[in-house]
Design a protein around this ligand. Structure first.
Ligand code: HEM
Ligand SMILES: *[C@@H]1O[C@H](CO)[C@@H](O)[C@H](O)[C@H]1NC(C)=O
Ligand SMILES: *[C@@H]1O[C@H](CO)[C@@H](O)[C@H](O)[C@H]1NC(C)=O
Ligand SMILES: *[C@@H]1O[C@H](CO)[C@@H](O)[C@H](O)[C@H]1NC(C)=O
Ligand SMILES: *[C@@H]1O[C@H](CO)[C@@H](O)[C@H](O)[C@H]1NC(C)=O
Ligand SMILES: *[C@@H]1O[C@H](CO)[C@@H](O)[C@H](O)[C@H]1NC(C)=O
Ligand SMILES: *[C@@H]1O[C@H](CO)[C@@H](O)[C@H](O)[C@H]1NC(C)=O
Ligand SMILES: *[C@@H]1O[C@H](CO)[C@@H](O)[C@H](O)[C@H]1NC(C)=O
Length: 328
């Protein structure tokens, strides 16, 4: 071997070793092993939207709840079993997260096109981007190469996923714990520009806010009256309300103008604008005044969220059924 080819060979080996120890996700991860992965996912999400306008919102939320617990590793998709205490049954997810059947349809289709190649964790990341772009939002180049966990962390899901009533400072801490900052928090909260929430998750704001016996004073009065009609005091807690009162199924920046009008649905939404002195206020104003700024920040923050502690290299596995660890 000549000395120059020895140098090249050494450099290649070094690059491989570095990749193994500090693996990065990559936009081209499946370009030779499953070149059509994005169009396959896109097609199935598009089909699902025909019968359920809400499904895109449900799918992006799965990616969020996956990434906040042990990183973006598909752990939220595992069913209960003798060895798994599922995240599906954790407090923030039970009777709330949805879209698992669509993820299974995507997996089945990918297993037929590119068997054993695409992880369930990556399916969630790709489906999130497809859902946003199909609803009129931004597109971005999804980074890929995540592998799937062989465990779930129900206790972690109970404690790491933000609750709508725990207050802005606690929620900021939960984002910070996974490396996301205040801009990420405000931008990603903008995902509440589509989808629904159950009355039980905000009804305290309508009748008895923080035990005061009165509604949350930050809710604009006509919106309060509308929400009280949708969610009567002794009604069903599972009745749904639109997270974005203006354009329920479109991905746009109206979420932020709603907050400026005191028409945010969840306590955690309105607090981004109504917490005196908070750094979040000027970010809300900036996203409200310029949708392009919001879209660019949202895409960047989705990439940031998607980078939370992925399993890569030879860690984890590529599940053949997203609901089960291989061989179980
Ligand atoms: C900032 C802290 C957050 C809190 C406290 C929060 C809380 C909630 C709650 C309580 C619901 C309603 C669930 C139900 O009714 O069953 C919801 C729905 C939703 N969340 Fe969040 N969320 C947060 C951040 C995010 C992020 C970061 C994303 C995605 C990037 C997201 C995307 C969604 C979507 C799209 C829905 C509607 C889902 C559907 O219609 O099925 N949320 N969220
Ligand atoms: C990729 O998928 C699209 C949509 O499902 C299909 O039209 C196209 O033929 C596929 N291309 C390849 C190379 O499989
Ligand atoms: C979830 O919903 C089902 C059906 O409405 C109900 O029986 C069950 O108690 C609920 N589970 C929890 C933990 O709220
Ligand atoms: C998670 O929270 C649910 C509901 O509060 C509870 O039933 C369950 O035991 C908790 N799981 C763990 C592992 O702490
Ligand atoms: C906020 O977090 C602190 C510390 O974990 C906890 O004690 C408190 O109960 C949380 N606040 C709410 C409203 O959940
Ligand atoms: C409001 O909630 C507090 C604390 O949960 C409770 O003690 C009080 O009875 C409630 N008030 C009304 C009017 O329901
Ligand atoms: C709701 O139920 C409580 C107790 O079950 C009752 O005292 C109250 O009057 C009811 N409120 C309405 C608006 O029906
Ligand atoms: C909106 O923001 C974009 C990107 O930050 C910028 O290029 C554009 O000039 C802004 N538009 C207005 C009207 O300020």
């Amino acid at each position: 071997m000549s000395s120059s080819s020895l140098i090249v060979a050494t450099a290649l080996l070094l690059a491989l070793l570095l990749e193994g120890s500090n693996a990065q996700l990559s936009a081209t991860f499946y370009s030779s092993t499953c070149p059509n992965v994005s169009s396959i996912v896109n097609g199935i999400v598009q089909q699902a939207l025909q019968s359920d306008v809400r499904i895109g919102a449900s799918l992006i939320r799965l990616h969020f709840h996956d990434c906040f617990v042990n990183g973006c590793d598909g752990s939220i998709l595992l069913d209960d079993s003798s060895s798994i205490q599922s995240e599906k049954n954790a407090a923030p997810n039970v009777n709330s997260t949805r879209g698992f059947d669509v993820v299974d349809n995507i997996k089945t289709s990918l297993e037929s096109s590119c068997p054993g190649v695409v992880s369930c964790a990556d399916i969630l990341a790709i489906a999130a981007e497809a859902s946003v772009s199909l609803a009129g939002g931004p597109t971005w180049s999804v980074l890929l190469g995540r592998r799937d966990s062989t465990t779930a962390n129900q206790a972690g899901a109970n404690t790491s996923i933000p609750s709508p009533s725990e207050g802005l400072s606690n929620i900021t801490s939960k984002f910070s714990a996974v490396g996301l900052d205040t801009t990420d928090l405000v931008a990603l909260s903008g995902a509440h520009t589509f989808g629904r929430a159950q009355c039980r998750l905000f009804i305290n704001r309508l009748y008895n806010f923080s035990g005061t016996g009165s509604p949350d004073p930050t809710i604009e009065s006509s919106y309060l009256a509308t929400l009280q009609q949708t969610c009567p005091q002794n009604g069903s807690g599972t009745t749904l309300a639109n997270l974005d009162r203006t354009t329920a199924d479109t991905f746009d920046n109206n979420y932020f103008s709603n907050l400026q009008n005191n028409q945010g649905l969840l306590q955690s939404d309105q607090e981004l604008f109504s917490t005196t002195g908070s750094a979040t206020i000027s970010i809300v104003n900036s996203f409200s005044s310029n949708q392009t700024t919001f879209f660019q920040s949202f895409a960047q923050s989705m990439i940031n969220m998607g980078n939370i502690s992925p399993l890569t290299g030879s860690n984890g596995e590529i599940r053949s059924d997203c609901k089960k660890v291989n061989g179980s």
